[in-house]
Design a protein around this ligand. Sequence first.
Ligand code: ADP
Ligand code: MG
Ligand code: MG
Length: 479
Amino acid sequence: SFIFHLNLRKPAPLRCASSLTMESPKPILDFEKFDDGFVQKLVYDALVWSSLHGLVVGDKTHQRSGTVPGVGMMHAPIALLPTPFPESYWNQACEVAPVFNELVDRISLDGKFIQDSLSRTKKADVFTSRLLEIHSKMLESNKREDIRLGLHRSDYMLDEETKSLLQIEMNTISCSFPGFGRLVTELHQSLLRSHGDHLGLDSERVPRNASTSQFADAMAKAWLEYNNPRAVVMVVVQPDERNMKSLAEVETEGRVHEDGTLTVGGQAVSVVYYRSGYTPRDYPSESEWNARLLIEQSSAVKCPSIAYHLAGTKKIQQELAKPGVLERFMDNKDDVAKLRKCFAGLWSLDDPEIIKKAIEKPELFVMKPQREGGGNNIYGDDVRENLLRLQREGEEENAAYILMQRIFPKVSNVFLLRDGVYHKDQAISELGVYGAYLRNKERVIINEQSGYLMRTKVSSSDEGGVAAGYAVLDSIYLN
Ligand code: ADP
Ligand code: MG
Ligand code: MG
């Protein structure tokens, strides 16, 4: 169900052995000292604020939710207070955002690198192979994307053991929650303005977050660059959403004209923003694949283009971590160093040394297929079992996965708010930093850090999807 019953699970024993040995500084938020009455007051204010400002989601327990606008909504799952985050790491994540944007752009121009890096994956994973097929058609027809729009989110966890900010992944398609990111930040700032004295917290230490307007601004500027005042921005969604176009509808109603113009239902389209198209479920038939190809063949600005999409795959992330590969794309040594500093250990499954290690100590690894949207990774004993299975079954399928060093962030006490009720629990957090990039040929129009989103989840959960019900939306408190 929509409601995540936090109380059903006991927090797992601390997986991070190092956190026991490291001296832990006095927490900024001493939760023990707040009485229930005070917390209830905060909860009440948070719920009122969320209702008034649209920090709400559909309530799946309500029958008409999602079919009638304005009916059946509930406050979004949130952390009651912002989670402390060291300022130096925050600065690091902001600084590297434009560098990652540029990296994605450079990779997208290197068709051979994309095809070569994913050549083995292609044989083991049908979804990636279909995306590559479109990409390869574009290469064959010499299709160039002059106007390139990237709306990205680079996710990080703070590794407690090495005290470093390590990238979980780079998202280049359908980055979720730029709207909620801003809202939850504003909620926390508002709560601290009212109750900061009692809490001993200063609202100014929650960094400003303009994610919504910065992404919207980038889309608007892409529309301007396309330079057809009568063309629209088309948002491609999953079929159940309303007032927008699904891929299947694009196949039926879409057409690419001689000059490259994409029209859908007779309407010229300047910018295509994908809020779907990232999972095999979004392509239930050939129609959806046809639509994706059709859009790709047009002159519309695609967010993302097939090349940007593929540049965000986990396999490419792992290839980039190999020695010398970043240098292929970035001339500036400082930039290379900044990127590399964020890379965790990443390996392909054709490295027998690492397979052996992962079978011995699976808890130190995460096994990842080429998927997006949460809930797809393999952890713990399942890593061992799957690696052993792949060893028995032979070579091919192992190319569908990569192995990643498991990151262990600090566990801290938080108040999680769901379904109008708060729970205190032990949680870990993942910081997502949005980045917007827009260029037209040689002219870089936008390349900036564009807000952020913190996601906080109970430490006993391996995955972190908010929509999937594991995590809550959060912001950060700089310390
Ligand atoms: P997706 O594209 O499906 O979001 P991610 O790589 O972000 O895939 O993995 C999903 C979640 O799994 C993350 O949000 C994080 O909570 C957890 N996770 C992923 N990689 C690691 C890792 N190396 N160490 C610890 N947790 C991880
Ligand atoms: Mg992702
Ligand atoms: Mg993710």
